[in-house]
Write a protein that binds this ligand. Structure first.
Ligand SMILES: [Fe+2]
Length: 407
C-alpha cells in the first residue's frame, strides 16, 4: 500500500507558502518561475518575445544609467526590428519612488501600449512591475503593500536584467519607496512574476567595480537568507546552495575585471539562481532591516545588505547551525575536524572576508547611519514582511541591537 501524504499546517506564511509539519513524505509548497532565456546576446530575443505575448506597442521602462551604457537603444532596435512600436520611460531613480511609478503608469495608459518591458537592475525592473500592476489594478502603489493584494491580471511583462544581483527579473516581489514614510514597501504576489525573463551576461560588461560588488553581495544575501528561511524547500535549497557556491568562486574575479566574461556569466547565473530561491523561500532579517534603512538614507541596497549580513548571521546562528556549516562548505571553507558550531562560524568569517576583498565598507556609520535613527528603523523592520521567514524570531529590541552591532 502506498504511503499516504499527511501534512498539518503549523504556521500561516505570506504568499500562501504556509509552514507544514511533515507527517508523511513531502512538504507541500508552490514554486514560481517565469520563462527564462539565458545566454550571451539573448537581449536580441526581446522583440520576438514581446510578439509572442501579443505586443503591438511596447512600454520600455529603464533608467538613465542603462540608457547611457547604450542598452536602451539596443533594445529599441531589437523591438523595432520585430515590427513593434516603442514608448520609452526613463524617469526611474535608484530605490524607485511611489510618485515615479504613478507617473509612469499615467504615461503607460496614455501611450496605448500593450506589453511592458523592464530593462535594468532591480530598480528599473521593480518600477516596471509596479507600473504594470497599477495599469490594470488602479489606485496608489501603497494600496498593494504586503502580500496578495493584487486582484486583476497585469499586462504581459518581460524583464531584462542588467546587473547580476537583484534577481527581480524572476521574483514575485516589487520594492518601492513610500516617499512620505521614507520606507521601502515590499509588494508580493505571484502576479508580479514576469512572463519572460531575459538574462544576457553581455549586459554586465558596462558595470563598474562598485556596482558589481554591491549587487553581487545582494545576490549572496538572497541565497543565504533563502537557504535558512523557514519557508525553504528541497527545490529552493538546490538553487540557494549552488548560488552561494558560484558567488564565492566568481564574485572577486567579476569585481576585479570588467572584461572577465567567464566570471560575469557565472555571476549572472548565480544571481538568477539566488532570485529563484528568494522568490520561493522569501528572505529574512537582512532584507527586513535593509528596506527601512535604504528608504531612509537612499543607499545602495546591496551595500546595506552586505554590511548587515554577518551581523544577522551571528544572531541567527543558534537557529540554523547545520545550514551555516553547509554554507561554509559551499563557500570553500575547510571544515574537516571542526564541530558543527565551529564550521557554522566559518560561514560568517567567509562572508566578511569576501566583503572586505571586494572593498565594501564594514560599518553602517560609514554610510551615514546614526544612533538616533535606530529606534524608528527597528520599528519598521519588525513590520517588514521579510522578517516572517527569518529562522530566528526577533523582537524590536533585538533588531535594534543588530543595527547597533553593525553601526
Ligand atoms: Fe536584495
Amino acid at each position: 500500500m502506498p504511503e499516504v501524504l499527511v501534512v498539518q499546517c503549523v504556521q500561516k506564511m505570506p504568499l500562501g507558502i504556509n509552514k507544514y509539519k511533515e507527517v508523511g513524505l513531502l512538504k507541500i509548497f508552490k514554486f514560481m518561475v517565469p520563462e527564462i532565456i539565458f545566454g550571451k546576446g539573448t537581449t536580441r530575443l526581446v522583440g520576438e518575445s514581446a510578439r509572442r505575448l501579443g505586443a503591438n506597442r511596447v512600454f520600455l521602462v529603464s533608467d538613465k544609467g542603462v540608457a547611457e551604457a547604450g542598452w536602451v537603444d539596443r533594445a529599441i532596435n531589437y523591438l523595432k526590428e520585430a515590427g513593434l512600436e516603442v514608448k520609452v520611460w526613463l524617469d526611474v531613480t535608484p530605490n524607485p519612488k511611489d510618485y515615479e511609478v504613478e507617473r509612469g503608469t499615467e504615461a503607460y495608459l496614455e501611450s496605448g501600449c500593450d506589453v511592458v518591458v523592464g530593462l535594468g537592475g532591480g530598480s528599473a525592473i521593480d518600477a516596471a512591475k509596479a507600473i504594470a500592476l497599477l495599469a490594470t489594478n488602479g489606485g496608489k502603489i501603497r494600496d498593494y503593500e504586503g502580500v496578495d493584494k493584487i486582484k486583476k491580471p497585469l499586462p504581459p511583462l518581460i524583464c531584462i536584467a542588467t546587473t547580476a544581483g537583484a534577481g527581480a527579473e524572476v521574483t514575485q516581489f516589487s520594492i518601492i519607496v513610500d516617499s512620505e514614510r521614507k520606507v521601502k514597501m515590499a509588494i508580493g504576489s505571484k502576479s508580479l512574476v514576469p512572463d519572460i525573463a531575459i538574462i544576457d551576461p553581455v549586459l554586465l560588461s558596462t558595470k563598474d567595480a562598485v556596482l558589481t560588488a554591491d549587487t553581487g553581495m545582494d545576490a549572496l544575501s538572497h541565497a543565504i537568507e533563502a537557504y535558512v528561511s523557514v519557508a525553504a524547500t528541497p527545490m529552493t535549497d538546490v538553487f540557494a546552495l549552488r548560488a552561494i557556491q558560484l558567488i564565492a568562486s566568481s564574485l572577486r574575479a567579476s569585481v576585479a575585471s570588467r572584461t572577465n566574461e567567464e566570471a560575469k556569466t557565472t555571476m549572472a547565473m548565480a544571481s538568477l539562481m539566488a532570485g529563484i530561491a528568494l522568490s520561493n523561500a522569501i528572505l529574512g532579517a537582512v532584507h527586513a532591516m535593509a528596506h527601512p534603512l535604504g528608504g531612509l538614507l537612499d543607499l545602495p541596497h546591496g551595500e546595506v545588505n552586505s554590511i548587515l549580513l554577518p551581523h544577522v548571521m551571528r544572531f541567527n546562528l543558534i537557529a540554523c547551525v547545520e545550514r551555516y556549516a553547509q554554507i561554509a562548505q559551499a563557500m570553500g571553507e575547510r571544515t574537516e575536524g571542526l564541530s558543527m558550531r565551529e564550521a557554522a562560524e566559518k560561514a560568517i568569517a567567509a562572508v566578511e572576508r569576501l566583503r572586505s576583498d571586494i572593498g565594501i565598507k564594514p560599518r553602517l556609520s560609514d554610510v551615514g547611519l546614526k544612533e538616533e535613527h535606530i529606534p524608528a528603523l527597528s520599528r519598521a523592520a519588525v513590520a517588514d514582511v521579510c522578517l516572517v521567514t527569518n529562522p530566528r524570531d526577533a523582537t524590536e529590541e533585538e533588531i535594534a541591537e543588530i543595527y547597533r552591532a553593525a553601526l
